[in-house]
Design a protein around this ligand. Structure first.
Ligand SMILES: [Zn+2]
Length: 244
């Protein structure tokens, strides 16, 4: 991913400003008309006016890349060079820096870019993702060869493949580095791996009978409950150890 502007950061990400602002040294007229580019490859989902009052973002180009959404705000209204549903590549010019919407100070002097980035709907500091230097050809595409490639890698690392649906929902539009990291650290995959072993131990040690006995017993001694918890903890530890 790259920065959507080659200007300087004039306001960083915070709770009260969950976005990153860019402008150019030299003031509003220097900033006005500067190119705004797509921070990563994706699909344009909206171009036009967004927001009202103090949340008036003016003319916005919105780009979606997998779980990530970018909103490039306050553009010159006539400047967007892309339309909704259009695919864009990383670095492609999508519009020009302007002062549409609510900017301080109002007018030319307030020209800047307000860049909103979200992952699964949550605001994030886009600058944290710039150094990935991932995009364009590195993005995972939805086609058969890509599905096969990632299925094989997943099976090699995790011992099992995945469904086409899982691929389409979780992989398409993500970067290769993000997905390798995800495959390696997939907690759900770990759970599934351990679950079989824990289940075998539960059958072997007849946990179901123990639970039924406890239910039937009415007045259960604390020592027996403590012992059951201890056994369960040991079984989980043993199942994990099998995988080491
Ligand atoms: Zn801002």
């Amino acid at each position: 991913m790259i920065s959507p502007s080659s200007g300087v950061v004039t306001q960083g990400f915070s709770g009260s400003h969950p976005a990153v602002d860019y402008a150019y040294n030299g003031g509003g007229s220097t900033s006005y008309g500067q190119p705004i580019v797509a921070p990563e490859a994706g699909r344009v989902t909206y171009v036009g006016q967004m927001g009202t009052g103090v949340n008036d973002a003016g003319t916005v180009v919105q780009i979606v890349a997998g779980a990530r959404t970018h909103r490039l705000c306050h553009l010159i209204p006539s400047s967007p060079t892309v339309g909704a549903n259009q695919q864009v590549s990383m670095g492609q010019v999508v519009g020009q820096m302007g002062y549409s919407g609510y900017v301080i100070p109002a007018g030319m002097a307030g020209s800047h870019l307000h860049w909103v980035m979200e992952i699964n709907g949550l605001r994030v500091d886009g600058r944290q993702y710039i150094n990935e230097k991932i995009g364009g050809d590195d993005m995972i595409q939805n086609n058969d060869s890509e599905f096969e490639r990632w299925w094989k890698l997943h099976r090699r690392i995790r011992g099992e493949g995945f469904s086409r649906d899982y691929f389409n929902k979780g992989f398409v539009g993500q970067s290769a580095i993000t997905m390798i990291d995800r495959i390696q650290n997939d907690p759900q995959a770990d759970y599934r791996e351990y679950a079989g072993d824990i289940g075998n131990l539960a059958i072997k040690q007849d946990w179901l009978k123990v639970i039924e006995d406890l239910k039937a017993g009415g007045n259960i001694p604390q020592a027996k409950i403590d012992n059951l918890i201890k056994e369960a903890e040991e079984a989980v530890a043993a199942a994990k150890k099998l995988k080491e």
